[in-house]
Design a protein around this ligand. Structure first.
Ligand code: C5P
Length: 235
């Protein structure tokens, strides 16, 4: 298991409408957390404002824009992220897209999205695919690793197989996290769900958590409970 401070294990998804709301959420939680995710909604609202603000406050940033385009376009888009001291950036992609992104990623760690955690088996069948999600995630993660990606985004359900088959080097980041004994009770639009502790025990390095913390009446209580699970799982 990598030596990652407990404060950085949870990456809080700042899925809010404005940079002001994002900053409010950071100020409420930064006593316990050091890693935040800026995704499509917030980036559309404020471009790099929150990213740069987070970095100035000493926090790590995952910029989750999941680039997917022809290789040259992805290469040039990734180059535009280089001035912002981002820790993780996400891309989708086949071999050529991943190779192109790696050319310009600078010091950022590049994570390839395997299969979105909102996808279930039936979504693959509807697209005419016969593979299981687990096999597809494994295949994509292996390609990403072979091509030189630093890590992948997968669900906690697949993290065990990836860790066992692909070794320690690959960074595994798992969204689709819900607290409690019945993780499907508050699934929202997620499908492949586990608890934070289970994801880490299976081999994930970080968990990405959004609504369970951001929409909680007491976000700090949820964070503390998750961090207890994470601490127990990393022993
Ligand atoms: O609110 P919730 O905890 O479901 O949020 C999960 C976050 O992780 C969202 O910001 C979503 O965009 C992101 N994500 C995901 N599945 C992926 C990659 C990113 O849910 N495969």
């Amino acid at each position: 298991m990598k030596n990652i401070p407990l404060k950085d294990r949870i990456i809080l998804a700042l899925d809010v409408e404005t940079p002001d709301k994002a900053k409010e959420l950071v100020l409420r939680t930064e006593s316990h957390l050091g890693f935040y995710k800026v995704g499509l909604e917030l980036f559309m609202a404020g471009w790099f404002e929150t990213v740069d603000w987070l970095v100035d406050r000493g926090h790590k940033v995952m910029l989750d824009l999941k680039f997917f385009d022809i290789p040259e376009t992805v290469k040039r888009a990734v180059a535009r992220l280089n001035d912002h001291q981002i820790t993780f950036a996400t891309i989708h992609g086949n071999d050529a897209i991943i190779r192109a992104a790696l050319e310009t990623r600078g010091t950022m760690q590049l994570l390839a999205v395997t299969v979105l955690t909102s996808f279930g088996e039936e979504d693959l069948r509807a697209m005419g695919m016969t593979q299981s999600i687990e096999d597809l995630v494994y295949f994509r993660a292996k390609r990403a690793l072979d091509l030189g990606c630093d890590g992948v985004v997968c669900s906690g359900l697949e993290a065990g197989r990836l860790r066992q088959s692909l070794g320690d080097k690959l960074m595994l980041v798992a969204p689709g996290i819900r607290p409690g004994a019945n993780v499907m009770d508050n699934a929202d639009d997620q499908t492949r769900i586990v608890t934070a502790g289970r994801a880490l025990a299976a081999g994930a390095d970080h968990v990405v958590v959004g609504r369970p913390i951001a929409k909680a009446a007491d976000p700090i209580a949820v964070i503390e409970a998750m961090q207890q699970e994470l601490a127990a799982a990393s022993r």
